[in-house]
Design a protein around this ligand. Structure first.
Ligand SMILES: C=CC1=C(C)c2cc3[nH]c(cc4nc(cc5[nH]c(cc1n2)c(C)c5CCC(=O)O)C(CCC(=O)O)=C4C)c(C)c3C=C
Ligand code: FE2
Ligand code: FE2
Length: 340
């Protein structure tokens, strides 16, 4: 492992070689769509105090005694429905985003990707960037809307690694980009293209964001506001007066009150009120994953059709499409300014 072009003595510590690194970060996903792997993943994810804000003394017995004995089997069945040849969609798409961004940035930066839970870990990938000679690293959680349960916990993990590191790189973190005009334009372009390609004309465009416990809003988490503003700006940018845009929150977990309205209840209510044709976009997810491909594309369709709807389409996330990658390149280049 030679890090520098200099002729250093064999026992000299590695010297960094002034490269710029970018680490794309997403949530994490099980290693395989089986109950054992899902249990390992959920144990780490749901033990995170940023995700479940209940004192450990109360939460851990519930998690270990009930949830980890029931949910993994059910979730593994859901994962199996969306698992691809190359693995979990979230991991596959995040790796492809890193590859596409690397191609766009060329030799100006080294791009890698990591997951907050599971592999490839943040520590491993920060280390890999250091070994590749990066002394300046942009840490980029790919969550457009900020929340403690996503952005903050990823940065906490980065902090854990920094704490253990003697010779630290300079680090910047990517701010939330939900209302960035470049992000809104990418969402509008991608959504419009997908709407135009449908073989039906939707009456309603549902914008479904991942939910959060209501208490997090009361405690000052900006996530709810970021979602609402994303929805307002996207609706304005789409500028389709004939299309009714509705916002909802999906993936409710546990018994506490979550942000409302809930996506499943909203789909049911729309159908009950006579909506026949619905499209759903998920502007909080930078990559398709279990929550978009199973919960929304599959379960959501069943919900609408069973309640009397006739046409349903779940739109793809920005993923590696041109609008999404051009947006990512632009915001990453901006955050790297002064470095490249
Ligand atoms: C208390 C529980 C949860 C909170 C809070 C939460 C917030 C949150 N999650 C995402 C994005 C994703 N979540 C995903 C899966 C997922 N989420 C929860 C629970 C909470 N999420 C669970 C238990 C699971 C696992 C699946 C299941 O058993 O239902 C995923 C998909 C991961 C994948 O492997 O594909 C994403 C992405 C956000 C953005 C968020 C808060 C803003
Ligand atoms: Fe989640
Ligand atoms: Fe879900």
């Amino acid at each position: 492992m030679t890090l520098t072009p200099q002729n250093l003595p064999a026992d000299h510590p590695p010297v960094l070689s002034c490269r710029i690194g970018v680490l794309l970060v997403n949530l994490g996903t099980p290693d395989a769509p089986d109950a054992k792997s899902v249990k390992t993943y959920l144990r780490e994810f749901l033990s995170d105090k940023r995700v479940v804000e209940i004192p450990s003394l109360i939460w851990q017995p519930i998690l270990r005694g009930i949830i980890l004995n029931t949910r993994p089997k059910r979730s593994a069945e859901a994962y199996a429905k969306v698992w691809g040849e190359k693995g979990s969609p979230l991991a596959v798409i995040t790796s492809q985003q890193a590859e596409a961004l690397q191609a766009r940035l060329g030799d100006q930066a080294i791009v890698r990707w990591a997951m907050r839970y599971g592999e490839p870990s943040i520590a491993r990938e920060m280390q890999a960037l250091m070994v590749a000679g990066c002394d300046r690293i942009l840490f980029a959680p790919l969550y457009p809307q900020y929340s403690g349960a996503t952005n903050a916990t990823a940065v906490d993990r980065l902090g854990d690694w920094l704490r253990e590191t003697r010779w630290q790189p300079a680090v910047r973190t990517l701010p939330p980009y939900y209302d960035d005009p470049v992000h809104i334009a990418a969402l509008a372009e991608d959504t419009a293209r997908q709407l135009d390609a449908l073989d039906f004309d939707p009456e309603v465009l549902l914008l479904s964001f991942h939910g959060m416990p209501l208490r997090t809003l009361e405690l000052g988490d900006p996530y709810h506001c970021h979602c609402r503003k994303t929805a307002r700006l996207l609706e304005e940018a789409l500028a389709r007066p004939g299309l009714r845009v509705v916002t909802s929150f999906q993936s409710r977990f546990g018994r506490a009150k979550w942000l409302e309205p809930a996506t499943d209840a909203t789909i049911e209510l729309e159908a009950a009120n006579g909506t026949k044709r619905m499209a759903v976009a998920m502007p909080g997810f930078s990559a398709d994953c279990l929550e978009t491909l199973e919960e929304i594309a599959m379960e959501g369709r069943e919900t609408l059709l069973e309640a009397g709807g006739e046409h349903y389409a779940a739109l793809a996330c920005l993923n590696t499409g041109e609008p999404g990658m051009a947006m990512l390149e632009q915001i990453i280049r901006r955050e790297l300014s002064g470095w490249i």
